[in-house]
Design a protein around this ligand. Structure first.
Ligand code: ZN
Length: 281
């Protein structure tokens, strides 16, 4: 198995929205914000090569929406989706599988691009199967007022139209050494990849635990649809991750890529924080 992690881009989001009920006086001590209360988040994608598959986990925002949309998102830095893959030796046609943790626009938008004529859409990764959980798919196409800004039709329906959509119905192994946990608190059918790599187990915590600062059980995003479920799901994952010495890999943390865990008087927290490169070297 070969693993590579790269940051597609940084974007900004309201710090209060990212930390839910936690007062700014507390979260601002561990995650810095700008004068408008915005915090920087990364969009790290993981590429997993195993058993003849080249799997890309999540695809960032993409570039289909208008200038006004991206003025709001405030993209900066990062390597870019295609450029980041290219730097690691992959052209879009090399990707055999796109694993979408869920269909919020910052996770799936890069998987669909505008056709050259500008009016239509096509897969960014023309040979890939796009994996989405059945629960998330049915939830996203129905849509709802809370997530309407996140479920964008141009990110979703072209996947189905392409015939490349695989709806994942259950937890468990999807590829050799690559399995998934199904979660429901952030959005129904959020898939969290769990990867066995050499002697280690890595969890790509996605929007269940977006940054190291989100390890405390009640430090959760106000975007979560059912916060009590998020708490339960985090607790279950953290207990297992501590007992089995998992490494957590963060999609959105500007400051830290990975950590392991320890039990403290306050609960399960990060022990060592480190770069992904130290896992694979
Ligand atoms: Zn999300």
């Amino acid at each position: 198995m070969k693993l590579q992690l790269f940051n597609i881009a940084n974007f900004k989001v309201d710090g209060g929205a990212m930390f839910g009920v936690v007062p700014k006086a507390l979260w601002s001590r561990v995650y810095s914000s700008d004068e408008n209360n915005l915090i920087n988040l990364t969009l790290r994608s993981l590429v997993v090569e195993t058993a003849g598959h080249v799997i890309l986990i999540d695809t960032g925002w993409g570039d289909k929406q208008d200038e006004k949309f991206f003025r709001h998102v405030k993209l900066s830095g990062g390597e870019g989706l295609i450029e980041g893959l290219r730097k690691r030796g992959y052209e879009p046609r090399h990707i055999t599988d796109v694993f979408l943790t869920h269909l919020h626009a910052d996770h799936c938008g890069g998987g669909i691009k505008r056709k050259d004529d500008g009016d239509n859409y096509e897969l960014t990764f023309p040979k890939a199967t796009y994996h989405v959980s059945l629960t998330q798919w049915e939830w996203a196409i129905k849509n709802n007022p809370r997530e309407a800004d996140s479920f964008l039709k141009e990110n979703i329906f072209p996947i189905e139209k392409s015939g490349h959509l695989n709806l994942v119905e259950e937890e468990g192994e999807l590829f050799p050494g690559f399995s998934l946990n199904m979660c429901y608190g952030h959005t129904p059918g959020l898939m969290i990849p769990v990867i066995k790599y050499r002697e280690k187990t890595l969890v790509y915590t996605g929007d269940l635990i977006p940054t190291v600062a989100h390890l405390p059980l009640i430090w959760n995003m106000s975007y979560d649809i059912e916060s009590l479920k998020t708490i339960e799901e985090k607790q279950r994952l953290l207990i297992k991750a501590l007992a089995e010495s998992y490494i957590l890999v963060f999609q959105h943390d500007e400051f830290f890529e990975c950590c392991n865990l320890e039990m403290t008087a306050k609960g399960i927290r990060a022990k060592d924080k480190f770069d992904f490169s130290s896992i694979i070297s």
